[in-house]
Design a protein around this ligand. Structure first.
Ligand code: HAM
Length: 420
């Protein structure tokens, strides 16, 4: 049996994921963000209404099927729609906090062509913030994403842009009029998009070299005075936080719910090629209302964890792995139960400890000790049990000592010494 195409198992890279998740939890704590976990399976309609039925993600990439009661259900391709549904359904807006900040991480599913940094099941870390519509919050949310990169010691660049809400229809019409005369030179997807959703043409990865694409009107040209001022405020707030950024007037993001500020974080490492966007997000002020809730400003972003893992590897950043503190060797079958008790006592004291469950020849057991990279080999046999001590071989110095059975806590100082 094999894995499905575009899916993967996590074992060797588990420590990278653990490192990222630890950084996420630390950040969520200091930024006052609550955890939310929503179901992986939702009604198909949620994503159609939430993300836009004419987006590639919904149109071509969802895993959609009928459940046993003939309801159309979809494996979530992203986290925002489910979080918004929960925010409305469980009336999270009624909570005391004016601003509700939520975070999640978990698997997402998109039926895309698999390649480096692009999978059919991938893991996302996302943040969604509801209840405020201010440039200061926008910058503060981008700071969370920026801080995660900092916590992982990864370099990235932040690209920002502003979509016009006031002139959305006017902009869309202008874009359509501009592209229409040469649309036959564009890919067949873009030819369809021209009538269904012209803005999505700017996301196209195929037609970027077309002259009409390059000379297309851009969202920034259509901002009204208020939107222009807002965009300037976002930039001032980012500068106040000393977050470097560049304005990318082409940035529109691939989903329909975005309403103003949009942004992406990119890494420069070429290991990711075209998949160098590690995070993307923006404002979606209309989505809560669109899905049946009250009118609430909202902004969020999501990271792709695989891309972070690839970036960490390419920067040769390895996650800290704590080796086994001790391996308890069983010198005689008679002491197996005593050894089992001993190893669990050590674990209760906080040591990372393993037991030679099978006992057997010493040579074989020592081989297992070296294979496990344990700092200490603890030899435990009838003499040790009777005498109330352990024989301990320090694997780094090869020095063997005895330690009273009642002094297990002293291993803490010994191991601390070794770690230096
Ligand atoms: P997105 O840009 O579609 O945004 O995805 C977020 C991130 O997920 C991307 O920047 C990328 O790192 C990663 N990603 C996307 N597709 C794949 C894939 N097939 N394989 C591996 N990684 C992938 C969203 O999902 C929005 N929900 C973000 C958001 C939250 N906007 C507002 N709130």
């Amino acid at each position: 049996m094999n894995r499905l195409k575009g899916m993967f198992d996590i074992h060797e890279d588990a420590a990278y994921y653990a490192q990222i998740k630890q950084a996420i939890e630390r950040l969520a704590h200091v930024h006052h963000i609550d955890r939310i976990d929503t179901p992986i399976l939702e009604s198909t309609e949620l994503f159609h209404r939430g993300m836009g039925a004419d987006t590639d993600v919904v149109n071509k990439e969802t895993y959609t099927f009928k459940d046993r009661a003939d309801r159309s259900v979809t494996l979530r391709p992203e986290g925002t729609a489910g979080v918004v549904r929960s925010y409305i359904e469980d009336k999270l807006y009624a909570a005391q906090d004016a601003v509700k900040k939520l975070y999640y991480d978990g698997p997402m599913f998109r039926y895309e062509r698999p390649q480096k940094g692009r999978f059919r099941q991938f893991y996302s870390f996302g943040v969604e913030v509801f209840g405020d519509q201010s440039a200061v919050l926008d910058a503060d949310v981008m700071k969370i994403a920026y801080d995660l990169m900092g916590a992982l010691t990864l370099d990235s660049t932040l690209e920002i842009n502003q979509l016009s809400v006031a002139s959305k229809a006017r902009y869309s019409a202008a874009l359509k009029a501009h592209l229409e005369p040469s649309i036959q030179d564009f890919c067949s997807d873009c030819q369809t998009r021209l009538t269904t959703n012209p803005l999505r043409i700017l996301d196209c990865k195929v037609d970027t070299e077309q002259a009409a694409f390059k000379s297309a009107p851009l969202p920034l040209d259509y901002l009204d005075a208020t939107e222009k001022a807002y965009f300037q405020d976002v930039q001032d707030a980012l500068s106040a936080l000393e977050i470097p950024f560049t304005v990318n007037p082409w940035l529109v993001r691939g989903l329909d719910y975005y309403t103003g500020t949009v942004f992406e974080l990119k890494v420069s490492t070429n290991i990711l090629g075209r998949q160098n966007t590690v995070a993307g997000g923006g404002r979606y002020d209309g989505l809560v209302e669109e899905l049946g809730g009250p009118s609430k400003g909202a902004i969020g972003f999501a990271f792709g964890l695989e891309r972070l893992v690839l970036a960490l590897k390419s920067a040769a950043i390895t996650p800290p792995i704590r080796p086994l503190d001790m391996y308890v060797m069983v010198l005689d079958d008679q002491v197996k139960l005593a050894a089992l008790t001993l190893v669990n006592e050590l674990r209760h004291l906080g040591f990372k400890a393993e037991l030679a469950y099978h006992g057997g020849p010493l040579k074989k057991q020592f081989k297992a000790v070296s294979g496990s990279h344990a700092t200490l080999a603890v030899l435990y046999g009838p003499d040790e049990v009777k005498g109330g001590y352990l024989t301990v071989k320090d694997q780094t110095t090869n020095v063997t000592t005895t330690v009273p059975r009642t002094d297990l806590k002293n291993f803490h100082s010994l191991l601390k010494e070794r770690a230096k």
